[in-house]
Design a protein around this ligand. Structure first.
Ligand code: HEC
Length: 148
């Protein structure tokens, strides 16, 4: 009986399959890289937004919160907090955010506590700008659940 699956066939599957998935990988990478600038609103990246990001890192907000699903799951997702708490209204969100940050910790029994960060009004404004900008990134609706 002749051998039906030859070494040559195995080699072709190996190289052909490898090439196919390599091309698929390159295609998807190009697609991602070209889609990102349209989704992240680069033109709205102001110095204040950048300062807010800096404060976000310095104060380790991500140690408890997630942003677009990335981070810790101790506290609510903040990538959508602008829509959830500010109803997409910048002035309303800034008022809420400033009051929230100044009211911490609430000391309410049975609730998880958030520390007081003693941020100035200018710093709170920059953080709010950063959260507003982040919320406008088109993430295809990620994370799927409301509070992350
Ligand atoms: C030690 C953990 C911890 C850190 C660090 C922390 N938070 Fe929080 N945060 C919480 C908890 C817990 C809650 C929910 C409290 C509650 O609902 O009573 C919360 C809630 C919030 C909310 C309200 C979210 C909502 O959906 O109502 C905002 C806004 C917020 N944090 C912003 C920040 C920012 C900005 C930073 C960084 C400067 C930060 N947090 C750092 C624990 C933390």
């Amino acid at each position: 009986m002749s051998e039906r699956f030859t070494k040559g066939m195995a080699r072709n599957i190996y190289y052909g399959g490898g090439m196919f998935f390599m091309l698929l990988f390159i295609g998807l990478t190009v697609d991602t890289v070209t889609a990102i600038p349209e989704r992240e609103n680069r033109d709205q990246l102001t110095a204040e937004v950048a300062h807010g990001k800096e404060l976000w890192e310095q104060n380790n907000c991500v140690g408890c919160h997630s942003l677009m699903g990335e981070g810790a799951y101790f506290a609510p997702e903040l990538g959508n907090v602008f829509q959830r708490r500010g109803m997409d209204n910048e002035a309303a969100f800034k008022a809420y955010f400033g009051a929230w940050m100044k009211a911490m910790p609430t000391g309410v029994e049975g609730r998880r506590q958030m520390p007081q960060f003693h941020l100035s009004d200018e710093e709170l404004n920059a953080m709010a700008e950063f959260l507003i900008w982040s919320s406008r990134i088109d993430t295809n609706g990620w994370p799927p659940n409301k509070e992350g």
